[in-house]
Ligand binder design. Structure first.
Ligand code: NDP
Length: 313
């Protein structure tokens, strides 16, 4: 394999974790090169208003915030490029990453911040109303539906946690569960079942999200009886899991069964020396912009220490 370029620090991904890593790595003089991936700015570019990122007292639109992240990283000197990491080779002391199935880059350190993608049901109406009442993040968007009736689909720990979160803000939470039991841990299930304003619809599938310009109702179908029912709601939250974007690292990095990259607790270190992971690709619990940014900072500091211990930097 022919390598065209050698860098000290290669950052893969351009969400809050990647750009924060780029800011810190640039200021530490590592001359990082960052590849943005197919969705520059990451998941925040498909959200609307962000009110929980500190430093924006009036809130900010997700896409605009990510432009700020990018500008700040660029101003510090990060070399930001459009391109997708398509393969890696972590077999040697110098790591190799292939970009756009063509060029190979050699890197003394690699920071993986490729994020995760929310899973969607796949309904046309869900896609059309995304950002107009359809959301995959209750913590981000629940507040906009204060005092309203909302629906949530899913039955894992995320759905349970988000339903409980919504129950504190919204008048009524309609929870759509496709089987006659929930996957969530017992304690979370009990909490959900014991919350007065959460109504569970068992054996139910989402047939359609209804609404012209914004969500007005959801139509569900009982998969035992075939009976359909319309529930008037202002928002529809999808909480059926996330998919970490870690496919190309399989076989190299230790991961859990869902594909989240494992890091040494309290650090960003993976099982391969000089390869660090930050943000949602290694975090299935918190998944917030601010926690991703914090872990991006950790990864840059870990990379800097690693390079300096190796005498490379
Ligand atoms: P999970 O994969 O655990 O659960 C996904 C849920 O969505 C399941 O109930 C599944 O139903 C349902 N689902 C999947 N596809 C569809 C569909 N097309 N239509 C309707 N329902 C669907 O994902 P989570 O994000 O909940 O959790 C991921 C991991 O993170 C888990 O290990 C979880 O324990 C962990 N976690 C831990 C937290 C904590 O400790 N505080 C908080 C959040 C997550 P079915 O059961 O029928 O397959």
């Amino acid at each position: 394999m022919e390598s065209n370029e050698r860098v000290q620090c290669l950052i893969i991904g351009s969400g809050p974790a990647g750009y924060t890593a780029a800011i810190y790595a640039s200021r530490a003089g590592l001359k990082p090169v960052l590849y943005q991936g197919i969705q520059p700015g990451g998941q925040l570019t498909i959200t609307t208003e962000v009110e929980n990122y500190p430093g924006y007292p009036d809130g900010i639109q997700g896409p605009e915030m990510m432009v700020h992240f990018e500008k700040q990283a660029a101003r510090m000197g990060a070399d930001i490029r459009y391109g997708l990491a398509t393969k890696v080779d972590f077999s040697g002391p110098v790591h190799k990453v292939q970009i756009d199935e063509e060029k190979w880059i050699e890197a003394d350190s690699v920071i993986i911040s490729t994020g995760a993608s929310a899973k969607w049901l796949g309904l046309e109406s869900e896609q059309r109303l995304n950002g107009y009442g359809v959301s995959a993040c209750a913590v981000c968007d629940g507040f906009f539906f204060k005092g309203k009736e909302v629906a949530i689909v899913g039955a894992g720990d995320t759905a349970a946690e988000e339903a409980l979160y919504l129950s504190k803000i919204c008048a009524q939470v309609h929870m759509i569960v496709r089987r006659d039991e929930m996957r969530a841990s017992k304690v979370m299930q009990d909490r959900v079942k014991n919350t007065a304003n959460i109504k569970i619809y068992w054996n139910s599938e989402t047939d359609e999200v209804l609404g012209d310009k914004k969500v007005s109702a959801v139509r569900i179908k009982n998969n035992k009886t075939g009976e359909k029912q319309e529930i008037p709601v202002s928002a529809f939250f999808v909480a059926i899991g996330h998919q970490p974007n870690s496919e190309i690292f399989k076989g190299w990095l230790d991961m859990d069964e869902a594909g989240y990259v494992k890091t040494v607790p309290g650090t960003s270190k993976t099982n391969i020396e000089g390869v660090f992971a930050a943000g949602d690709v290694q975090d299935k619990i918190y998944r917030q912009a601010v926690t991703a940014a914090g872990s991006g900072c950790m990864a840059a500091l870990d990379a800097e220490r690693y390079l300096s211990a190796k005498g490379i930097h």
